[in-house]
Design a protein. Structure first.
Length: 248
């Protein structure tokens, strides 16, 4: 069943490219009034040309106060997708304080900052809502050179669970999706960081029982399902979209 979001207001962060952009496009197709947030204005402007009727906001979620001010101006939001993220790739022993601070500022603190504002508005409105956090299989398994990223996504999954626990009585559902490799710009960067791209992709696919990487549309479909009333009894879940990678 295809979810319809007529009359719903949705906010998607990290909306300029990749998974976030695709989520914006699909939500708009299904009737939502979408607000797309990204740091890069040019990405948002090209998205707005592609999808008429959406609202765009250029903001760096790394900046707590600026982001807070921007989000508070939006009014009521029914659906929130926390997609903005960064992927540092550093061998353990060479990780810097700056890397940790930046990664956690975007992948963790920004989610708390934005979600708190939106959730309080949802509570005041009294009609519930749905929040989906874009996490990663890195929250569930260890990956070489991913110390900071794994830690940030592990934190995100725990935040998701606590949010679901506390917001559930207000009819606000909170879930995360946890994809394996998706060949967005970020995914390709991660693969290339290990060396020969062809060899690395072959080795990674051999660890996935279904024998393939996730597509952007796989993540989009799962996200929209969790946002929708079709998932009305699902909250606090971290949903792997990994072809079976994390079962091993």
């Amino acid at each position: 069943m295809e979810a319809i979001f007529n009359g719903k207001r949705a906010l998607v962060t990290g909306a300029g490219r990749g998974i976030g952009r695709a989520i914006v496009i699909e939500l708009a197709k299904r009737g939502a009034q979408v607000i797309a947030l990204s740091r890069t204005r040019t990405h948002l402007e090209s998205l707005q040309k592609e999808v008429s009727g959406i609202e765009i906001i250029s903001a760096d979620v790394n900046d707590w106060n600026t982001t807070e001010a921007a989000i508070k101006k939006l009014g009521h939001i029914d659906l929130l997708v926390n997609n903005a993220g960064v992927l540092p790739l550093t061998e353990f022993g060479k990780i810097t304080e700056e890397e940790i601070d930046n990664c956690f500022a975007v992948n963790v603190k920004a989610v708390v900052n934005i979600s708190q504002i939106i959730a309080m508005q949802m509570k005041s409105y009294g009609q519930g809502g749905s929040i989906v956090n874009i996490s990663s299989q890195a929250a569930m398994i260890a990956l070489p050179n991913h110390t900071t990223y794994c830690a940030s996504k592990g934190a995100l999954d725990q935040i998701t669970k606590v949010m679901a626990l506390e917001l559930g009585p207000h009819k606000i559902r909170v879930n995360s999706v946890n994809p394996t490799v998706v060949l967005t710009d970020m995914g390709v960067t991660a693969v290339r960081s290990y060396g020969d791209e062809t060899a690395v992709m072959k080795a990674l696919k051999e660890k996935i029982p279904l024998g393939k990487f996730a597509e952007v549309e796989d993540v989009v479909k799962a996200t929209l399902f969790l946002l929708s009333e079709d998932a009305g009894m699902i909250t606090g879940v971290s949903l792997p979209i990994d072809g079976g990678y994390t079962i091993q």
